[in-house]
Design a protein around this ligand. Sequence first.
Ligand code: CO8
Length: 257
Amino acid sequence: MYNFLKIENNGAICTLTINAPKSLNALNSTILNEMNDALDNLPKDCRCLIITGEGEKSFVAGADISEMATLNEQQGYEFGKRGAAVFRKIETLEIPVIAAVNGFALGGGCELAMACDIRICSANAKFGQPEVGLGIIPGFSGTYRLAKLIGMGMAKQLVYTAKVIKSDEALRIGLVNAVYEQADLMAEAMKLAESICANAPVAVAYAKQCINEEYDLAADEAIDFESRMFGKCFVTEDQKNGMAAFLNKGKCEFQGK
Ligand code: CO8
């Protein structure tokens, strides 16, 4: 159905694979449009999404440089907005999104990984924001998310130097949560997704919303937001069934209601 994406459904877990290995899965407008459509049309029963890249060399080697080379200011703005909107859709998707980074995550590739909730990677993965070496800046929200994730000092160093770092350094600075052998990456991503899917889907969605939204709020507002979301949990069947199962020493199969 898509030219550059593969969508696989494994029960509650969906995998979206960016499939343009000849250009190391570089993101052009068509791929961004396809991703936008795929995100809008995920199966209703999908409780966790894994995003990865085709092949063993690259997750996404950036935005497509050949498409960007001749853009003018307005077109540059529009291309940046298009990518940023797709990545924001990932960040605000109701379900958790795991980036399984299977190789290069450069420029727009690193920015895509950062829009996901959780990043794990293969040992051969490499990360970086090489844009200033091309005469541009990170344009898919990298200047915003990198500092949030790894702190301003390290974010500035990575962006200003355009340096590419290996997986062990990415782990050390908190850009990824875990590093696995390439052969194990997708199985580990599935395991992580399964452990998320075992929990109450509405509660997981509320937790995601709280963590995302509270980050940019003042303390009192953030705490109040959490209290209100906490209250909303008590309207769900999952809360009733989950607590009843605990009190009866059983295990709850959550319905997501
Ligand atoms: N765009 C287009 N084509 C690419 C890209 C890319 N980002 N990356 C790789 N390719 C293509 C190569 O041109 C090559 O094509 P061909 O076979 O037709 O010559 C093919 O993929 C294989 O690549 P290499 O031969 O270069 O493979 P190597 O193993 O020698 O090198 C690298 C791998 C190191 C990943 C190298 O390809 C590279 O440096 N790529 C570019 C990385 C980069 O600079 N990425 C950042 C791009 S800028 C960006 O992402 C900005 C995001 C925000 C945009 C906002 C817009 C306003």
